[in-house]
Design a protein around this ligand. Sequence first.
Ligand SMILES: Cc1cc2nc3c(=O)[nH]c(=O)nc-3n(C[C@H](O)[C@H](O)[C@H](O)COP(=O)(O)OP(=O)(O)OC[C@H]3O[C@@H](n4cnc5c(N)ncnc54)[C@H](O)[C@@H]3O)c2cc1C
Length: 520
Amino acid sequence: MGETINDVIVIGSGPVGLFAALLLGRRGLNVTVYERWTKHYPLPRACGIDHEIVRQLQGAQLMDEMAPLLDPVIGPDKTYEFVDRMGDTLLRIDWNRPGRSGWPQMNMFYQPDFEHVLVRRIERMPNVSLRYGRELVGLRQSADDVELRLAVTDDPGIVEMDRARYVIGADGARSTVRTLAGIPQTDLGFAYDWLVVDVVPMQARVWKPYVVQHCDPARPATLVGSGPGRRRWEFMRLPGETAEELNTAGKVWELLAPWGMTPETATLERHAIYTFRGCWADRWQEGRLLLAGDAAHLMPPFLGQGLCSGMRDAMALAWRLPMVLRGEAPASLLRSYGPERSAHVQEIIEQAVALGRVICTLDPAEAAQRDAAMKAALAHPGAAPKPPPEPQLGQSGIVRHGDPHGGYLSVQGRVRYKGKVGLFDDVAGPGWQLLHRGASAEAFTGAAQDVIDRLGIIVATFGADGDTADLDGTYEGWFDGLNADAILVRPDFYVFGTSASRRDRSDLVTEVWMSLQGGA
Ligand SMILES: Cc1cc2nc3c(=O)[nH]c(=O)nc-3n(C[C@H](O)[C@H](O)[C@H](O)COP(=O)(O)OP(=O)(O)OC[C@H]3O[C@@H](n4cnc5c(N)ncnc54)[C@H](O)[C@@H]3O)c2cc1C
């Protein structure tokens, strides 16, 4: 057992565990990550991250390395469509646009590249250790800490112990932390096996649509970009077909042939079977144990949101845990984590499952009916599908009570802030942000100014007398749309609340403090 107790132990070195460790390490906590594999074993699964996640990478100062690894879904050819068995369009999903976070709505990437960037950064941090070949097998919580039992993978007779104030279970779908904590899951009963195939075509080619769901009842399939120069195919396993029959190189080439992919034109990187499911943990906290990522939620990948949701979990923990561990907020602050995040991710899971039910239709008559209904909807003016509703954080969390805008994602635009030009977080800084217009910062009460100082809230004043110029009208449109004069944004980019008048602005600030302290 180490002499010094860890602030946080993270179980699992998947992308969510690594990102959580990096963020907590950047905030000065002592963190150890334990991974059961003896070395980093990255397999690509996620192939897209949305604008919000790119803003997270920006805030974590990873974009210098990550930017060349992203393939933004922007441009006339880069559509996302559902098509019928003949290739006729059934539905268009609007990914091909700038996102509200200042980055393209969707960005394709190769997951192992991302994990390597995270590992390299963590290895440079003296306060974060990454220990491979250690599998969590048991734990015991006390009032002050958690004691963990870790089996040494290469030497099954040896069990090591370690302790931490808090444990993050980022240990994937079959989470040991979740099991040891006795946390049940809600399962939507959606479960289909899909063969996932990663390919590097030898010649560059324009893929149109760029992302496509082939809603062919004979074999539903997905085709998607998976980072610069790469393509991913996913094929549903059919009833009566075994996983062993489907998951062979011979079968893979047979399935790829209609797209002109052969051993002469492409390199097959890997093929594997995954079960796509829709479920979430009923609780995300048990005392000092917290769940994040696939340990807390699983969804079919049709919206490209599984990893994105896990990254949001990491962000939501990364500002709460340092506050609690430094005594700036009571431990009860952590109780807001699960309900907030769970409500948000449930909306996404339900949408992904609904799309999955459309895609996974195997009955030809049912598929024909579906196609006719979807084509009619597509042809009808005004019936064009709207972008899916934006999910909102659960309202029992750190959001201003009664504020309809609390718990929604904020925006990021280009500004001139105190003479510097760029995206807001780059020039003003990520963290707590109070954006307001029309009146100078002196208008805060003493109590509000005290909260601003304690939380290090970045105050940006838009308007003629302000220190911040809104270069593209992003913020003006946002203030107007919310009918707000001030917007208080949390470090994970979600809106705490808004105020419509100068008088209310100070109350907005003091209320966030009360909310963090467990009051109001
Ligand atoms: C085919 C497919 C396509 C997808 N596409 C997308 C997409 O486009 N966009 C998107 O956002 N998401 C997508 N996802 C989802 C995304 O890949 C996952 O949500 C994400 O990788 C989960 O990361 P994680 O860190 O939570 O878990 P994992 O990556 O599963 O990591 C968990 C880690 O914990 C370790 N571990 C487990 N138990 C223990 C233990 N007892 N002790 C120590 N270590 C342990 C494991 O070895 C593993 O390394 C897709 C998923 C699939 C299957």
